[in-house]
Unconditional design. Sequence first.
Length: 170
Amino acid sequence: MDKISAALMTAIAALVLISGVMAYDMWFADKHVRETKTTAVSAETMEELIFNDDTSIKNNSDKRLWIRVRPIYDSEIDGRAISAAVERGQWEGSEEGWYYYFRSVGPEETTEPLVDRFLIGNENMTENGNEGFSLRVEALDEAWLPSDAENGVEAFRLLENTVAIPEQWI
């Protein structure tokens, strides 16, 4: 195979990966996660991931997915999230504010809830229905990765190292 063919194949693979990341980013952008749960959109969009009220996420696709979540807190609220799953190591936090699920999630599997309680002072906001946060969720098809990943952090790093992803998506 000559160099031009190899370069073209690499460019096509990069475009496919970028378009997949863009699609997930657009579907699950910051304040629209809750709307995605309840808004009537195409069946294709609604069926990939199911968002449960307890902040767990169900993989409703036929693929193994790596999942990361970023809580987006209301700007006026000074609260803190309590998570037993983070303490048990099922979600791993990063400096950028993302939480990575510790393993890929197979078809019909559900993650552990990321947030058990959201407290402002001593008041549990999750019991009141006024949570004070939303979730930005990104999922990565395990088949997109150039090699096997041992955890969610590594899976998304492999993707980022394979394709140049614009900073505003990270």
